[in-house]
Design a protein around this ligand. Structure first.
Ligand SMILES: Nc1ncnc2c1ncn2[C@@H]1O[C@H](COP(=O)(O)OP(=O)(O)O)[C@@H](O)[C@H]1O
Ligand SMILES: [Mg+2]
Length: 258
């Protein structure tokens, strides 16, 4: 990681002065952020701060009304269905699984277009199909193993505990072997111990992570840098220690509790 300069726009993802308006509502106002290779960058803020909107801008669900994005210094206009092809994978809030498919098949659904062409080939009995399918299944099993849920590969996800389903959702993102993983509220609905374990898992992944999360504790524990949003505006940026002692951050969160 030391060879990467976190201030170098030509490495990793960079958001430049992003703005998003929904009609008269300013959801993001002049937000800049870098996610360098291998680093874990958190975005926190009270409900309605604009965290999911920022996430959706990077995923290509919401076009920015101002500013721009770059990936390794090149302009990025993300399209949701092309993300895995450029090395970006995401999970969404909740679990988003197909109830009728096994855990393993749900993870396989996260493989990219080129890989799925292998599936099509399998359907039509084309020569390389067996090898392709075996490789994909190996990748999916490996992703489940990394997430500690390989034992559930053949089970339908519906009856599984929520924490397990969240891990399956993470495995589904990881099967694409992303260099940048986008997580929106991965700790949502989890208990304190499950959050600690999830933090250790995310920290050990090795890829860059953009972690959008309402709960400060997880973000504080695993992020290298943290951006704090309030009403769509950046109110602080820094290391966990810097953020912990920042008065503007305390104000934003206390304001929410009041
Ligand atoms: N599609 C949308 N249309 C209109 N307003 C939206 C839309 N998405 C989000 N908003 C508004 O933008 C603001 C930021 O929302 P959001 O990004 O979901 O915040 P967070 O994830 O931090 O809770 C909120 O006021 C929300 O109501
Ligand atoms: Mg949100």
């Amino acid at each position: 990681m030391a060879e990467h300069d976190p201030d170098d726009d030509n490495q990793g993802l960079a958001l430049h002065r992003i703005g998003v308006r929904f009609g008269g509502l300013v959801a993001l106002d002049d937000v800049s952020l870098r996610v360098p290779p291998g680093r874990t960058v958190g975005v926190i803020g009270p409900n309605g701060a604009g965290k999911t909107t920022l996430f959706n801008v990077v995923c290509g669900f919401v076009p920015p009304t101002g500013g721009s994005l770059t990936l390794d210094g090149r302009p990025l206009r993300p399209k949701p269905h092309q993300l895995t092809r450029i090395g970006i994978a995401r999970t969404l809030q909740g679990v988003g699984q197909f109830g009728g498919l096994s855990v393993l098949d749900n993870v396989l659904a996260g493989t990219d277009h080129a890989a799925r062409a292998g599936f099509a080939a399998a359907l039509f009995g084309l020569p390389r199909s067996d090898r392709d399918e075996r490789r994909l299944r190996d990748d999916a099993m490996e992703a489940l193993r990394i997430c500690g849920v390989a034992e559930y590969a053949d089970v339908l996800p519906g009856g599984l505990p929520y924490a397990v389903r969240k891990r399956v959702a993470l495995a589904r993102a990881l099967v694409a072997k992303p260099r940048l993983l986008l997580l929106d509220e991965p700790a949502g609905g989890l208990g304190a111990e499950e959050i600690t374990e999830l933090g250790q898992l995310i920290k050990g992944l090795g890829c860059a992570v953009l972690l959008v999360e309402h709960h400060m504790d997880l973000v504080m524990k695993i992020c290298d840098d943290i951006l704090v949003l309030d009403f769509g505006k950046p109110v602080a940026f820094g290391t966990p220690d810097e953020i912990r002692t920042n008065a503007a951050v305390t104000d934003a969160y206390l304001g929410e509790a009041a």
